[in-house]
Design a protein around this ligand. Sequence first.
Ligand code: AZF
Length: 446
Amino acid sequence: MANFPKGFLFGTATSSYQIEGAVNEDGRTPSIWDTFSKTSGMTYNGDTGDIACDHYHRYKEDVVILKEIGVKAYRFSIAWPRIFPEKGNFNPKGIDFYKRLVEELLKNDIIPVATIYHWDLPQWAGDLGGWLNRDLIYWYSEYSQKLFKEIGNVVPMWITHNEPWCASILSYGIGEHAPGHKDYREALIAAHHILLSHGEAVKIFRDMNIKESQIGITLNLTPAYPASERDVDRLAAQYADGFSNRWFLDPIFKGNYPEDMIELYKEEIGKFDFIKSEDLGIISQPIDFLGINFYSRSIVKYSEKSMLKWIGVEGPGAKTDMGWEIRPESLYDLLKRLDKEYTRIPIYITENGAAFKDIITEDGKVHDQERIEYIKEHLKYANKFIKEGGNLKGYFLWSFLDNFEWAFGYSKRFGIVYVDYKTQKRILKDSALWYKEVINRASIVF
Ligand SMILES: OC[C@H]1NNC[C@@H](O)[C@@H]1O
């Protein structure tokens, strides 16, 4: 048995483009993900977020389910294209949806946790160059300020960005996410502008002096391990750690980019002329909490072939349906490392979960025991960290609902609630019923 402290925030998480649908409703205009998902070959089966889980219309039913599961908090994201469908043009109908959602959550004693940006950049901003254009910082500031003004006093936790690594490296460097560019210099420029926009939003938030509300950022962090004890593989792990983690943690908590990575990148990137002298001071101003999204680890070996000097090696552990190794010990390693090397501010696991091939059995249920085991093991290591004095304050299970898994479309199910996309019927999986017990007892039983 592992008990969690009183007040530990058990929640679930989703994002706007992955669940809302209603992409042309109440003034919303396309995002870069509407464009990307409609571009041939970019998503599995050509899947799009046009309907998704139809959450825009079913949010009341969904909040009832959240209440039934007993979550203390619910992390959602706000669709920028609903709030500013055109440049500079605020859409009251867009914010009204989120006011209704927040009201429903509060009525059911569920704490709303809002992510300002979870990748659905308005296409009008994409047309300005997206995150490659430093002017986006101005438009993101206008967007954030409006959100703080409209619902800042009813949303106690604000997350500026979800996974800057994905919104920059995966999107402008690797090309798997919108806008699908494959240019590493672009990726680092986008990363810098996203981090800078984070810092500007924190400044605005502080200046508005919003009582009883906190602000942070969510980083997806992947602990990197060498494939052997050889010095070259240890160097490879250092570079993989810089690539995935330190490129974002260092500017936020240390006010600088990691020197070893600047050295590694400079041949490919050329001048870091997109970084202005005042930028790192803005990026590194204090935040109230750090959100981390943890799914798995990476194991790497040295390779001259790659600019990054490493390539991945498959881990020995069981895999999820995403092919990600199940390694809950690495969550503990990550938490201990953050505590030792970066920060002692409150940490929230803002995403952790797994995709498995869920099926509805003859009894009409979804017996997802693998997901229960995955979550139980990760909560066990989270609890170990807390018992050792770690400042972990909450856990948001990814995800509440099966949903649009980006380039994988609807082929991957992460939800603890099954969604039949043909009928939009929701079915609580065994994991939802198990999680309900965990939350109710505030403990896990091994
Ligand atoms: O891949 C699972 C999740 N990872 N973090 C960001 C979310 O949008 C993804 O669905």
